[in-house]
Every structure is written in structure tokens, then in C-alpha cells.
Design a protein around this ligand. Structure first.
Ligand SMILES: Cc1cc2nc3c(=O)[nH]c(=O)nc-3n(C[C@H](O)[C@H](O)[C@H](O)COP(=O)(O)OP(=O)(O)OC[C@H]3O[C@@H](n4cnc5c(N)ncnc54)[C@H](O)[C@@H]3O)c2cc1C
Length: 410
């Protein structure tokens, strides 16, 4: 009989775990309670937090460089089909705050300035609250990377909104409209005129280029110059595109998908029993916990005094709880060496106003708390990956790499 693996959580870590466990020939079920951090990211795909990369490069006087990724990570990314990951250089993406920043990889729709040295980039004006083409162009013109690479920016009056209500619809809805060929051709015709007028050789637009997948390549072909999106904060259609790519990948590899919440994991002889909130329970050989962190809903902040009786809490424990009951250990702070994890805080929880913030190289508690793991292993028969693991960077590529490992070892 095939080894039965259940992956709990369908963010980047869970999908990567399902992919690698299926590759080993396991029977894989993925259970998910809904959207997590992976559906909220803007499409930049980092291995280490980019601010850290910029800080260390500056301190060493070096240009930030792409670190090589494993063959497995490239294979997973190719099968997912949502990201561009070059090994020879970093991507540089524009934020709507008017800055250029490095990224190890990117959603296909984000415009990559790493390959646009000397370009004159047009930003179409649009009456949308989240898109101020003039302010973004002014900020980007002043960016050190842009100046060093002679990239210039110009805002231009090019009609990119077709109907009045498009001034107000969510970015995701506008992105969805560009999934259709006719609407993409309409946009391309306007951009062709604009590019000619502005003598531009690239176009930066808001996060509007496709919901089911990136339309940036098709649009660039129609317009004749690279056209891509800027990076937004929360709620970019890059999250929708990840979810669409995830659906295609899970169907292609034959993983079973259950939309439900796991409430408990227990040992049942040599197997593990999973209790679902709505469905029948599952008996399996291995489990991957890919529950996400505080944003994804895998962890929540619950200091012991929240449950205190008259005066004192009943005991000392890490001030976080998992979204399910499982035989694993949670830790609050983790230094550079995970084996030095502090397992508890005071009776009244940590001084969260202080501990929550990063200090020097130490990440804040909210970005460090999670399941204590030895490699991917959290307990007998249970591996963990992604933001739910204590002391690991909270980035997309970390989640994918850890997911691949956890799926291999489950
Ligand atoms: C706004 C934002 C911007 C970001 N920007 C960047 C960036 O620029 N670059 C970068 O590299 N990274 C970025 N990240 C971080 C990156 O997106 C995450 O590190 C990564 O997506 C985490 O993936 P994950 O699979 O661990 O967790 P998640 O994507 O959170 O997935 C966890 C899943 O587990 C499910 N779940 C939880 N509990 C249960 C349960 N009991 N039963 C069933 N299912 C459950 C949740 O519903 C969720 O779907 C950003 C994140 C956010 C939120």
C-alpha cells in the first residue's frame, strides 16, 4: 500500500510538500481552511528578507547577488508555473511606494528592472486610489538603482480604465478583466499609442495583469516593449494567481484536496489520526504541518494570563497556540541557533511591546515563534514547513524549500 500523507495547509509550504510527497509516490491529501499569507503576498519571491540582503550588501560594500537555488526548488517552481527564478542575477521590482528593491524571484507579471538598464519607463495615469502614477514615477526616478542604471520614469495620460466603475473596483477585479483576450487587446492598443507618444521602451502598470495567470508576457508581445506590474502591499492579484497555479498543480499531480479545518492530531497505534471540523476523520502514516504563522492562521497569540483564573495563570508556556491540537512543541524566541530556543515566557507572557520588534539580527517574537523542529521533523511521523516553523525566515522561497524537505521526509 502507498504511504498515506496528509498535508495540513495549502499555502506555498503545503503545496511544495504535497508536490514532493507525490513525487516519492505517496498517496497525498491536502487539507486547508482557507487563504493564508501566500494569498496575500504581492508577488516578490525572496529567499531571505530583502531588507536584510540590502543591509548586509551595503555593510560589505558589495552589490546584492542571487544565491543559487536547489534543482528541486527550480523543478517545483517550473511545475507551479507562477514564478520567474533566474540563477544568474536578482530581479529588481518597483514598489508602489516609489522604490526599486531586489527580489530573488518574482511573479511573472511583475516588471523586472534588472534587465531594463537605460530604459525610459512609462506609467499610465489612472484615477484609482491605489495608483498615483506621478508620485510613483517621481519616487522611482530618485531611486539609487534607477540612477545607477540610467532608468527614467514618466507618467503619461493613457486611458487604461475602460469603464467608469473601474476607478473603484478592487485590483483583483481589474486583473481578472485582463484574463480575456479582447480586453487585453483593447489595453494593448492604448499602450502602443502611449509608448509611441512618450518614446518609452517599457511600461509599468498597477497590479492589474491577470487573475488566472500573468498576462504580462502576452501584453508585452502585443505592445512590443516589456509591460509589467508594480509590487503592492497586501491584496495583490499575485495571490489570486498563486491560488490558480496551485489548483492546476494539485490537479496535475493527483493530490486530493479537502476544504476543512483540522482540529486535532492523535496517535492511533502506529498511525496518526486527524480530526476534521466537518468531515470524517483520517488515519494516515505521515503528516506535514504547513499551517502558516500569525497571518496565515496557523498560530495565534495567546499569553497564559488570557486564561488566568482569579489572579494567576495555571502555568508557564509559550504565549502562542496552534490552530489545532498536536503532539509538537511550540517555542517563542529563537536565536541564530534553533537549539537555543527559549520554550517559555513569564507567567504573564512576554513583554510583547518589546519582544515583538526585531533587534539587530534577532527577529521579533511574532516572526520567530512556531513549532520547534529538528530539520523538518517536528515529532514522530510529523514534519513541519513554512511560517509555522520557529526561527526560520518568513519568505516565499524559504516556505517552498522547507515544504519540499518536509514532503520528502514525511
Ligand atoms: C502581506 C504579505 C507580504 C509578503 N511579502 C513577501 C515578499 O515580498 N517576499 C517573500 O518572499 N515573502 C513575502 N511574504 C511572506 C510569504 O508570503 C510567506 O512566508 C509564505 O507565503 C508562507 O507560506 P506558508 O505556506 O507557510 O503559510 P500560509 O500561506 O499562511 O498557509 C497556511 C495555510 O494553512 C491553513 N491552516 C491553518 N491552520 C489550519 C488548520 N487547523 N486546518 C487546515 N488548514 C489550516 C491556512 O488556512 C492557510 O491556507 C509576505 C506575506 C504577506 C502576508
Amino acid at each position: 500500500m502507498k504511504r498515506r500523507i496528509v498535508v495540513i495547509g495549502a499555502g506555498i509550504a503545503g503545496v511544495a510538500a504535497a508536490w514532493s510527497a507525490r513525487r516519492r509516490g505517496c498517496d497525498v491529501t491536502i487539507v486547508s481552511a482557507g487563504a493564508g499569507a501566500s494569498a496575500l503576498g504581492g508577488g516578490a519571491v525572496d529567499d531571505v528578507p530583502w531588507e536584510q540582503l540590502v543591509r548586509s550588501s551595503r555593510a560589505l560594500g558589495l552589490v546584492p547577488r542571487a544565491r543559487p537555488l536547489s534543482d528541486d526548488l527550480h523543478a517545483f517552481s517550473n511545475d507551479l508555473g507562477a514564478w520567474s527564478l533566474a540563477d544568474d542575477r536578482l530581479a529588481w521590482v518597483a514598489t508602489i511606494a516609489g522604490r526599486l528593491r531586489p527580489a530573488r524571484g518574482r511573479d511573472h507579471a511583475l516588471l523586472d528592472f534588472g534587465a531594463l538598464g537605460g530604459a525610459r519607463v512609462m506609467l499610465p495615469r489612472a484615477e484609482r486610489a491605489s495608483w498615483d502614477a506621478d508620485a510613483i514615477a517621481a519616487g522611482l526616478s530618485d531611486d539609487p538603482f534607477a540612477r545607477a542604471h540610467r532608468i527614467t520614469f514618466i507618467a503619461a495620460d493613457v486611458p487604461v480604465l475602460r469603464f467608469d466603475e473601474e476607478r473603484r473596483v478592487a485590483d483583483g477585479d481589474l486583473a481578472l478583466r485582463h484574463d480575456g483576450e479582447a480586453r487585453l487587446a483593447w489595453l494593448a492598443a492604448r499602450l502602443i499609442d502611449g509608448v509611441k507618444h512618450a518614446a518609452a521602451n517599457a511600461v509599468l502598470v498597477g497590479p492589474w495583469l491577470g487573475a488566472a495567470g500573468s498576462r504580462s508576457e502576452a501584453l508585452s508581445k502585443l505592445v512590443g516593449v516589456p509591460v509589467g506590474e508594480a509590487l503592492t502591499g497586501v491584496g495583490s492579484p499575485a495571490g489570486q494567481r498563486f491560488e490558480a497555479a496551485r489548483g492546476r498543480l494539485l490537479a496535475a499531480i493527483g493530490a486530493r484536496v479537502i476544504d476543512d479545518r483540522v482540529t486535532e492530531i492523535d496517535r492511533d497505534g502506529g498511525a496518526l489520526a486527524i480530526t476534521l471540523r466537518h468531515g470524517a476523520s483520517l488515519l494516515v502514516d505521515g503528516i506535514v504541518l504547513a499551517l502558516g504563522g500569525l497571518i496565515g492562521g496557523g498560530l495565534s497569540y495567546e499569553p497564559p494570563d488570557h486564561r488566568a483564573a482569579a489572579d494567576l495563570p495555571s502555568g508557564v508556556r509559550a504565549p502562542f497556540v496552534l490552530s489545532l491540537r498536536a503532539p509538537v512543541t511550540l517555542v517563542a524566541h529563537v536565536g541564530a541557533d534553533p537549539s537555543t530556543a527559549e520554550a517559555t515566557s513569564s507567567l504573564h507572557g512576554p513583554d510583547i511591546d518589546v519582544a515583538a520588534w526585531p533587534r539587530g539580527d534577532r527577529p521579533g517574537t511574532l516572526e520567530s515563534a512556531g513549532i520547534r523542529c529538528n530539520g523538518a521533523r517536528a515529532a514522530e511521523g510529523i514534519t513541519a514547513a513554512g511560517e509555522v516553523v520557529a526561527g526560520r525566515p518568513r519568505t516565499a522561497l524559504e516556505a517552498a524549500a522547507a515544504g519540499i524537505r518536509a514532503g520528502n521526509e514525511a
